[in-house]
Ligand binder design. Structure first.
Ligand SMILES: [Zn+2]
Length: 386
């Protein structure tokens, strides 16, 4: 359903974006009659979505009443599920974090156990800020595997045993809307909205155990036809035909430059390393072999990104994930290759930088996913017309 211009949903969008702060602003921006604007605003106030205050600056006569989002009474949550952790951020409708928590949790324990834990954390955080469970309007969840976004079902996720095709939203019942997406997508959204809101085209590259990429095009997440856009970890890199990948192919980017691959090569050199975190620890302790391998991984990632830059022409490439903690070495390798191999027009204004949102990117992005869905004109019109 496409909303009619000037619907309650459109009016709310203008208020939440800060484009309109008074009823006169709304009349001017939508071209609707004052009486129609009043109907829309009154309906939004009645549903507890908007509030009107008297605190406007006086322009000589009676000060105009100011419209803004009503931030009490409802709550939203962003959940970041990793292979071994769970982060939950409780947010208000404007995206401000009200409370958050983080703890260890093994995704491999399966959906029922993990989602029971998430549900209990949500209750705990709601309790902490004094809002009842019914105040929770929408929850966004980022998971470490491919997801069919429309249904919220993971699709053959390699590190999530027991989750294939599990209907995650249904676990939470009908009272709250649940949106599930790949962790890299929610990280891209969180990074974009928090650190690069004015950027139209951004790539968020997560370099952890594996490698993935979230794509922001025209300021929106680009998921592709089936939701698998950005799976750059399985793009082939030249000269590494002997490196087998968990996907069944060989010479995949992830199989030669991911945290697990670097750890394996360090082990072959006689160093104790099992994961991306061990690689980071070795680099931070000044181990020259680890440093060299991270830089080389950066060059290989840069080789793939150089093609993506030519193809997609992003303004910003953000490097996140566990290995970005040793970003100076990783970025050096990436920059070296991208600027050498991409077309000059594509790199002229390109900036390649580490994540500014850091470990919070996924939880914040998942929360923003939930809030933006809730505030979308279609959803608001549905609520107002219900
Ligand atoms: Zn592969």
């Amino acid at each position: 359903m496409t909303p009619q211009p000037g619907s309650a949903g459109d009016v709310l969008t203008l208020i939440s974006a800060g484009s309109a702060t008074t009823r006169s602003d709304l009349a001017r921006l939508t071209g609707l009659a004052r009486s129609t604007i009043s109907q829309r605003v009154d309906a939004l106030i009645e549903r507890g979505l908007v509030e009107e205050t008297e605190s406007g600056e006086s322009t000589g006569g009676r000060p105009p009443r100011q419209l803004r989002l009503h931030t009490e009474d409802h709550a939203f949550a962003g959940v970041d599920l990793g292979a071994t952790h769970c982060r939950v951020a409780l947010m208000d409708i404007s995206g401000n974090v009200l409370a958050e928590c983080e703890d260890g949790l093994l995704i491999g324990e399966g959906p029922e156990q993990v989602l029971a834990h998430v549900s209990q954390r949500l209750d705990h955080l709601l309790d902490q800020v004094g809002r009842p469970r019914v105040a929770l309007r929408a929850v966004g969840i980022g998971v470490p595997g491919p997801v069919e976004f429309a249904t919220g079902r993971p699709n053959n996720p390699p590190i999530m045993p027991g989750w294939n095709d599990y209907p995650i939203p249904e676990y939470f019942g009908g009272g709250v809307e649940v949106l599930v997406d790949n962790d890299v997508n929610v990280m891209a959204l969180g990074e974009h909205r928090n650190a690069f809101p004015g950027t139209s085209h951004l790539l968020f590259v997560k370099v952890g155990t594996g490698i993935g990429c979230g794509i922001m095009a025209e300021g929106k997440l680009h998921r592709g036809a089936q939701g698998s856009a950005g799976d750059i970890g399985h793009i082939r890199v030249s000269g590494h035909e002997d490196a087998g990948c968990r996907c069944g192919n060989s010479a995949c980017l992830e199989a030669v430059a991911g945290g697990a691959a670097i750890a394996r090569r360090l082990t072959e050199l006689g160093l104790a390393a099992e994961s991306g975190a061990d690689v980071v620890a070795l680099v931070q302790s000044g181990n020259t072999q680890a440093l060299r391998l991270v830089r080389e991984a950066g060059r290989l990632i840069g080789e793939v990104l150089a093609s993506l830059v030519n193809f997609f022409n992003p303004e910003v490439i953000v490097i996140g994930g566990a290995l970005s903690r040793v970003h100076e070495h990783l970025l050096a390798g990436i920059r070296e290759t991208v600027y050498r191999r991409s077309l000059p027009l594509a790199t002229h204004h390109l900036s390649i930088t580490r994540s500014r949102t850091g470990i919070n990117a996924a939880a914040l992005g998942a929360g923003i996913l939930a809030i933006e869905h809730y505030l979308s004109p279609d959803n608001i019109n549905r609520i107002v017309n219900a």
